[in-house]
Design a protein around this ligand. Structure first.
Ligand code: FAD
Length: 298
């Protein structure tokens, strides 16, 4: 495997009903074609959601050749409950985990740790690493996490997670390449060595993304908003624009030697498939050019 080989991963959430489940599995099957590093499954803190995440992780593990990473959050769970879930996965061969603090269910309410739970992601990473040889990814925030006091506080928190044993960092999504590149510099300058993977969110519904971004602290540049300004009544056109913008973003990052990407698929393959196909063809062309240069030299 050479250093600039593309590595892709795709995130899904447990489907809410049978129709959505069918679409999710169709998307998993389509995206398997890219031989991703892993599929990841988000975690919901509520009892029912927890069970759905658990069984979805186990089902992907059983039916797909692609490794699965289960997300876990600290919210509303004791350490023992989290450890039992994680060990159950490990015994079935699921050795990748995305360890997160999670959020309180009512938007806007402050997070408090569970009385016998992990206090945050760093604490969970340390606990899980003691439990078994998991490969653990944590969240990173190119525009800082809304609960961080400032940039330094945010990067100190990231460093604690990596010092606790995290192997990889998957970022919150962002829409401007410079935001990621500046973050990469900050992470490197802080001496954080874990691999940094940009989280890519192709926009399929601008209004929904705008509302969600306001909560999670991801900014939407004016030029992106302008791209969607006349498309409220044409959701199908939004898909084309969203795929095109995400494709431009990953191509620009690729030029900056970013070779691994994590896609927030929202359980639909179309936009992510289009973006990854274009990325792979770019990679193929650049490999061909390099090969031709090598042949000319010899
Ligand atoms: C790649 C990725 C995947 C995600 N997947 C999921 C998912 O599956 N399910 C889900 O519910 N959410 C998910 N999230 C969202 C995530 O749970 C939230 O962003 C959450 O607010 C922070 O989680 P963290 O692991 O980054 O927290 P941490 O890194 O632990 O902390 C984030 C911030 O909170 C502060 N903080 C930490 N501990 C405390 C404390 N005890 N009291 C007060 N403040 C504290 C830190 O200083 C820091 O500013 C995901 C996010 C990312 C980036």
């Amino acid at each position: 495997m050479n250093d600039n080989e593309l590595k892709l991963s795709f995130e899904f959430f447990p489907a809410k009903d049978p129709v959505a489940e069918e679409k999710t599995w169709e998307s998993i099957k389509k995206l398997e074609n890219f031989n991703p590093q892993f599929f990841s499954v988000t975690f919901g803190a509520g009892g029912g959601e927890r069970l759905k995440s658990d069984s979805f992780v186990k089902k992907i593990n059983k039916v797909s050749h692609v490794p699965v990473a289960g997300h876990l959050t600290c919210v509303d769970m004791s350490k023992d409950e989290i450890n039992d879930l994680a060990l159950g996965w490990f015994e079935k061969g699921v050795k990748k985990i995305v360890a997160l603090r999670g959020d309180v269910r009512e938007p806007g309410k402050k997070y408090y740790p569970h009385s016998t739970g992990y206090i945050n992601a760093a604490d969970m990473v340390a606990g899980l690493k003691k439990l078994a040889n998991f490969e653990i990814a944590v969240g990173g925030y190119p525009e800082i996490h809304p609960d961080s006091k400032n940039k330094q506080d945010d990067i100190d928190n990231l460093k604690r997670k990596v010092d606790a044993g995290a192997d990889k960092i998957i970022t919150q999504y962002f829409f401007d390449k410079d935001i990621f590149l500046r973050y990469r510099d900050t992470v490197t300058n802080a001496g954080i060595k874990a691999q940094l993977i940009p989280g890519i969110m192709p926009i399929s519904n601008f209004k929904k993304i705008k509302n969600f971004s306001a909560m999670c602290g991801a900014s939407i540049p004016d030029w992106i908003a302008n791209e969607f300004s006349n498309l409220d009544d044409t959701p199908e056109v939004q898909q084309f624009v969203g795929a095109s913008l995400a494709s431009d973003l990953v191509k620009e990052l690729k030029k900056e030697e970013v070779n691994e990407f994590h896609f927030y698929t929202l359980n639909k393959y179309e936009l992510t498939f289009a973006v990854c196909s274009r990325l792979l063809s770019l990679q193929k062309s650049s490999n061909q050019i390099n090969q031709t240069k090598g042949e000319v030299r010899t």
